[in-house]
Design a protein around this ligand. Sequence first.
Ligand SMILES: Nc1ncnc2c1ncn2[C@@H]1O[C@H](COP(=O)(O)OP(=O)(O)OP(=O)(O)O)[C@@H](O)[C@H]1O
Length: 590
Amino acid sequence: MDVLRQLRGFYRERLNYLILSILCLAAATALGLVYPQLLRKLIDDVIKPGNYGDVLWIAITAVSVVVVKALLQFLHGFFGGRLGNFLAYRLRNACYEKLQFLSFRYYDTAKTGDLMSRLTGDLEAIRNFVGFGFAQILNLVLMVAFGSTMMMTISWKLTLLTMITIPFLAGVALKFESKIHPAFQEMRQALSSLTSAVQENVMGVRTVKSFAREPYEMEKFSHRNERYKDNQIFAAILWSKFFPVMELLASISVAVLLLAGGTFVIKGEMTLGELVAFFSLIWYIIGPMWGLGFHINNYTQSKASGERVLEILNQQIDVRDKPNATVLDPLKVKGFVEFDHVTFAYGNKMPAVTDIDFKAAPGSVIGFLGGTGSGKSTIIQLLMRAYNVNEGSIRLDGQNISDISVHSLRSQISTVFQETFLFSSSILNNISYGMNNVTMDDVERAAKLAKAHEFIMEMPDGYDTVVGERGMGLSGGQKQRIAIARALLKNPKILILDDATSAVDMETEQEIQSGFQEVMRGRTTFIIAHRISSLRHADEILVLDEGNVVQRGTHKELIQVPGPYQEVYRIQYADHLARATRTEGEAESS
Ligand SMILES: Nc1ncnc2c1ncn2[C@@H]1O[C@H](COP(=O)(O)OP(=O)(O)OP(=O)(O)O)[C@@H](O)[C@H]1O
């Protein structure tokens, strides 16, 4: 119930629904006690004395009870449903909102499938329990309490005798639950591994086909499918054993009742009507016992689900605004970026970057060159404040970025990532993502600068063409150009190009680069590139190796000195250099 308490804030406003739902159910349950009384009355006061005038009244009472009970049950469902749906709605929104603000650190380890199941299956389990399960458990307690009290008023001896099997019934129900619960959990895991196999297969269909791994994939799926089937069969066998055992135990109660109760009637210790009323009360109690395991299972499942949902909601956001964080005035931002001896490590790992120290004057271009894993993207992520630095500081226009509101900081930065993500929406929406008040002219201008306009116009619906999941239907270069247009439209003070032109050919790169020259004007730009051609015009190039700056300078300076930059230059420009040497040699010999 601790989980329920923690979730209280989400349903407190509709607590009246919970109370009404429970009251309606309790009233309906109490009304159920009228039937045994009516039966008793019918036999003892009407049939036996031949007082048939009352039959009509008994019949009218029985029908009235049914109608009122049905109405109460409807109201219980109505209020319970409203409460459950309200809670699920609030929790879904809260989780989604939390996911928007959780930092990159959280997403480094989060699994998509797991998050999806928390927001769907787990929320559904909570909705069911708070809406209905909780009231059902209370109802079960009430039924046993009401029923046994009434039985006691009829015959305490018979009550004690027939109650002998109740602990066994409860024991079997609990034992069943202890077996079916893990079986269900196992089934859920098996289903989740089955669905992730399908998901991975669809996402990686190209890789599967290019490696001709279809038979392996089929075998993998078949194993998982078999595991799921075995789990289902196991659960089905458990269920099929449960009902006969419960029925057997219930029948023992009934047999004891007939034997002892019949004797009491014959001896005149109780009336026939009382025996019949008692008989129906037995079923009034035993019925809910059958559902005991189910309700407990429902409770434990929703408790586990509640914990999984609360885990998201209670996640600490490590990158967040300070209480009086500065909100930048876009018109006053100059774009002066300073890294002051910055060191950062992901979790407990070795530092990804160490002692990074540089200044980027407003409007200047800083280039980063380095092998895979040398820390280039990390520097950029730190500037966006995706993570907090461990040592040193990063400043924008002299102010530590940790004192600036995250939203206003990021509003000044546009990034074109190495991997382009496009939403499944129109190209227009993808380019103008997150921007209000942009005109079609603005969008087209940005697309033209990114050299995307032409191919967009060749598409069937131009800017309204919908690009599917993961930008399906577009080439890598086309997707990247749309991402570049998106970044340019934002008109940021700081522009980050994280290997932005890696997916386009040299010629297009040149074209985009010349477009960049124009848009980079007045903006501080950071370029991460593997090609030296992208960095030649940078005001300063930092060469990174294992998180350390090993060389720095302009292109002209760096090609003069032996070191990694010169080596990369020699490799990338080998043809060009060979041609130049040949021409020099020919000139000398002639
Ligand atoms: N999210 C992360 N969690 C843990 N370690 C990470 C994470 N991202 C990067 N790293 C590690 O930090 C180091 C620097 O990685 P980074 O992505 O900055 O390199 P990079 O120079 O941009 O590489 P590439 O050119 O391949 O993109 C690497 O050792 C990498 O394994």
